[in-house]
Design a protein around this ligand. Structure first.
Ligand code: SF4
Ligand code: MG
Length: 313
């Protein structure tokens, strides 16, 4: 559960205006062990901030992040370091986060050594197994990051995340920089690894097809809030929130029997510095009524595992 008020990531803007921006605001949800929770939304909706907050890479000003029952936002540095073994994150651009001067084997060995994952004499074997598990081979141990393709580098960052035996992996646009065919390979790898390693994923992406491919449940974010949360099937076949309906109407779906009309939203997403009163979607919502401009809708349960934040649903 997160309920946070954030200074904007861009500190200069934050200082200039000397006020807080709610990049993520009143977001509350549960991730179940073993599931993949997809989080979708347009860029700037707060998805990444939310992911970073779960990891405590960004400090929330309010609320809590419970991991296995403990509020990790209250952890001191030492305990945070320990918990970061349990919660790993994979970013869009592995190149930026891989040490260019180290071979892949040396990099992975160092992590395993520092975190004392296996005894010293077993590190080499463990790294080789990791490389094989992510679809690389033993020879790749001696190579440098620049010698790999984009897809292979993402496999390396998956291996790096797996190396410390995490329980939860947050994937933030993890396949967004890859070609479509490579995307599918990496997504299938992530699926396979989830079962093999007993993982739970939070899969953040702006790409609705990618999220559909991998998720069990899906949350839709708009301007710092989750506006709808449901099982994948309900979300993709019968979305209830007007924003979700518009967003999902853009997916080309050749198999759909009742082909839905594409809904084009008017206007742009408002600035997080100037969040509309009432329902924050009302400036663009095709269904908005008077109450929407006055009162913020609650995030209500409307069916089993289906939550929506809209007055008219
Ligand atoms: Fe649209 Fe009103 Fe529902 Fe907001 S509460 S999504 S403005 S109908
Ligand atoms: Mg992002």
């Amino acid at each position: 559960s997160i309920k946070k008020y954030f200074p904007l990531e861009n500190n200069s803007l934050f200082k200039k205006n000397s006020r807080f921006v709610k990049a993520v605001d009143g977001v509350s949800f549960v991730v179940k062990k073993g599931e993949t929770l997809g989080i979708v939304g347009e860029s700037g909706c707060g998805k990444s901030t939310m992911g970073r907050t779960i990891l405590q890479l960004q400090t929330p000003t309010e609320g809590e992040v419970l991991f296995e029952g403990e509020d990790i936002s209250k952890f001191n540095r030492k305990r945070l370091r320990e918990i970061r073994k349990d919660i790993q994150i994979i970013f869009q651009d592995p190149f930026g986060s891989l040490n260019q001067r180290m071979t892949v084997g040396a990099m992975l060995s160092e992590i395993i050594h520092v975190h004392k994952i296996v005894p010293k004499n077993e590190v080499l074997k463990y790294v080789q197994k990791l490389l094989e598990d992510v679809g690389l081979n033993k020879e790749h141990y001696w190579r440098y990051p620049h010698e790999f393709s984009g897809g292979q580098r993402q496999r390396i960052s998956i291996a790096r995340a797996l190396a410390v035996k995490p329980k939860l992996i947050i994937c933030d646009e993890a396949v967004s920089a890859l070609d479509v065919s490579v995307q599918a390979q990496v997504l299938n790898l992530l699926k396979k690894l989830k079962y093999k390693y007993n993982l739970t994923y939070i899969f953040i992406s702006h790409d609705l097809s990618v999220v559909k491919h991998i998720s069990d449940r899906v949350g839709v974010m708009y301007l710092g809030k989750v506006v709808e949360l449901a099982n994948k099937k309900a979300m993709y076949q019968d979305p209830k929130h007007p924003y979700t309906q518009a967003l999902f109407s853009s997916i080309p779906d050749v198999t759909s029997v009742n082909k839905k009309e594409r809904i084009i939203l008017k206007g742009d997403v408002p600035s997080p510095l100037n969040i509309p009163k009432g329902c924050r979607f009302h400036t663009r919502c095709p269904a908005a009524e008077n109450i929407c401009r006055e009162k913020e809708p609650d995030f209500r349960k409307i069916a089993n595992e289906h939550y929506v934040s809209c007055h008219l649903v």
